[in-house]
Design a protein around this ligand. Structure first.
Ligand code: GLC
Ligand code: MG
Length: 236
């Protein structure tokens, strides 16, 4: 049994013909479980799946690995929710960060994901976020993607952590998991000890400085990069 854990936006999506080739390849291999791992919430995840004709995965890991949905009815995994709810209080996070300049709250917030837009001074702002949350004892993690999106989530959560939880439950070895991504919120997923491929169209925030040496850097873009990664690792 193997697990493909793929980011959606600009990894699975971006080149429909390449995605179709990938879907065909996977449909011929019934021993691969599929998880979509995304910054989107559940509703937005299903919206893009419909719009882009993506096949239904066995797992949908939404809101950057703070929510796990499983099975044909995509029920939320309550044990994961309880596990990540450790030293966390979203309203306290919101209150503590409200006066930080350059940080613009996104229009929708979720219980375990407090999100902003941030377009400049990222280093200074992120340092200030850590400082303020440490002061009030909130165990957290900051994710910064595409030079625009900043998420604050519980320390125990994240794309890599959520996939690791799923693969343990499925009793799949780390090296039988292939992770694929393109942007900052995929760094945890690509660094969790799985086989990992970065697609050719990746954002500049992904570099050899912040990813492990054995990550594969595909030349092909979007889903074509995932196919290249599958071939490189002889994954199927
Ligand atoms: C998705 C989410 C957004 C988040 C971003 C990066 O676009 O909708 O809230 O900030 O991913 O994780
Ligand atoms: Mg992406």
């Amino acid at each position: 049994m193997k697990l493909l854990a793929a980011d959606i936006d600009n990894t699975l999506t971006g080149d429909r013909a390449a995605y179709q080739r990938l879907a065909l390849l996977l449909s011929a291999n019934r021993n691969v479980t599929i998880a979509y791992v995304t910054g989107r919430d559940k509703v937005q995840t299903f919206e893009i799946m419909t719009a882009e004709c993506l096949s239904e995965p066995q797992y949908a890991l939404c809101n950057v690995g703070t929510e796990i949905y499983v099975g044909s009815d995509y029920r939320r995994d309550g044990a994961w929710t309880r596990y990540i709810d450790h030293g966390w209080d979203r309203l306290e996070v919101q209150e503590a960060l409200i006066t930080i300049p350059y940080l613009f709250q996104q229009s929708r917030q979720f219980e375990f994901k407090q999100s902003y837009h941030l377009f400049q001074k990222a280093d200074i702002v992120i340092a200030e976020i850590h400082k303020r949350l440490e002061e009030i004892g909130i165990e957290h993690k900051v994710l910064y993607s595409s030079g625009t999106d900043l998420d604050v989530i519980p320390k125990r959560a994240g794309k890599g952590e959520a996939v690791d939880y799923v693969r343990k439950r499925l009793r799949i070895r780390r090296k039988n998991v292939l992770a694929a991504g393109d942007s900052g919120n995929d760094i945890g997923l690509l660094s969790a000890g799985f086989l990992a491929v970065v697609v050719g169209n990746h954002k500049l925030e992904l570099s050899t400085d912040n990813l492990p040496d054995d990550v594969y850097w595909a030349r092909e873009r979007y889903a074509g990069g995932i196919i290249e990664g599958i071939q490189h690792f002889d994954f199927l």
